[in-house]
Design a protein around this ligand. Structure first.
Ligand code: PLP
Length: 296
């Protein structure tokens, strides 16, 4: 029996026609069967957007923030606006059909569809998560890699789609192979003009004294839903929170650094470019306990 649950959306956007007039909005299908055309622009050009939403104890995390980011990514790519009600319902459907597992990950994908067809393709699936216990408890080793773009490309060069969560993640996978060649687990991207950006699948969070900080928005990086929730929790628990554009050297001086994301949640960084970095184990546990207990 497959432990993946998959639904297809008949009309991912109200700004484009449905795939089948009068059909159900959401159709539960067998994930072991083919459903995507080889002509879909997702397959031929990586032209589409996605969201990964974590699930713990049957509850999906930060759904509204993920839906907002899906709509934001669609706008950056000039895709028709996703019908957020149907995407929300698709997320609820896959969770309802999922066998009980401690943690799972939902993927919501919208593509530009088949070239010339003008109907986006949309699907949502959920699968049990890999075991992240080691990264959360023992930390990760990261290397800083040049992303090759200035920190301000989002403003100067919007066609680069910086800040959108696009399907074109081949680079985000290539850097992990480079990390592995350098005996590390993950990556923190640095802009070509020397500012800390984000990981290939995570936001950077750091602590300086009583402040929890992140490099911020407008740097061609994603607005992290996990970072957003951590800031809300931190503000209620006596921390200052804020955004700070900083250099790798300044990050190296932070009291603690994490990569935070849906799925793995908060992974403390224990080594940067081969140099040991202090880990705040008790704050990591508190943050992860909060993240895993989220009800929405
Ligand atoms: N930055 C990038 C490039 C990502 O791919 C992700 C998540 O996949 C994040 C940041 C973190 O976002 P979130 O916390 O919403 O998962």
């Amino acid at each position: 029996m497959s432990r993946t649950v998959l639904v297809l959306l008949n009309q991912p956007s109200l700004d484009a026609p449905p795939h089948e007039v009068g059909a159900d909005a959401i159709r539960l299908v067998d994930p072991s069967l083919p459903h995507l055309s080889v002509l879909d622009l997702a397959a031929t050009r990586g032209d589409g957007i996605f969201e990964s939403v974590s699930v713990a104890r049957g509850k999906a995390h930060a759904v509204e923030a993920h839906l907002r980011r899906l709509a934001h990514s669609a706008a950056i790519l000039d895709l028709p606006g996703p019908d957020l009600d149907v995407w929300r319902a698709a997320i609820e459907t896959v969770i309802a059909e999922l066998d009980p597992v401690p943690e799972a990950l939902i993927k919501a994908v919208m593509t530009r569809g088949i070239e010339g067809d003008n109907r986006p393709t949309g699907w949502v699936y959920v699968s049990p998560s890999p075991d992240y216990a080691d990264a959360r408890a023992n930390g990760i080793r990261v290397v800083m890699l040049d992303r090759g773009y200035r920190h301000d490309v989002e403003r100067t060069s919007p066609w680069l789609l910086a800040g959108a969560k696009t399907l074109s993640y081949a680079v985000n996978r290539a850097v992990l192979r480079e990390a592995s060649r350098r005996d590390a687990d993950d990556v923190i991207f640095v802009s070509s003009d020397g500012y800390v950006l984000e990981g290939p699948t995570a936001s950077v969070l750091f602590r300086r004294g009583n402040s929890l900080l992140t490099p911020g928005t407008g740097l061609g990086i994603l607005d992290g839903t996990t970072q957003g929730d951590i800031f809300a929790w931190a503000a209620e628990n006596g921390f200052e929170t804020g955004f700070e554009q900083l250099t790798p050297a300044e990050l190296g001086e932070a009291d603690a650094v994490w990569l935070v994301s849906s799925g793995r949640q908060a992974a403390p960084v224990r080594e940067i470019d081969g140099e040991p970095h202090a880990v705040d184990a008790s704050l990591t546990s508190e943050i992860n306990a909060y993240l895993m207990s989220r009800d929405n």
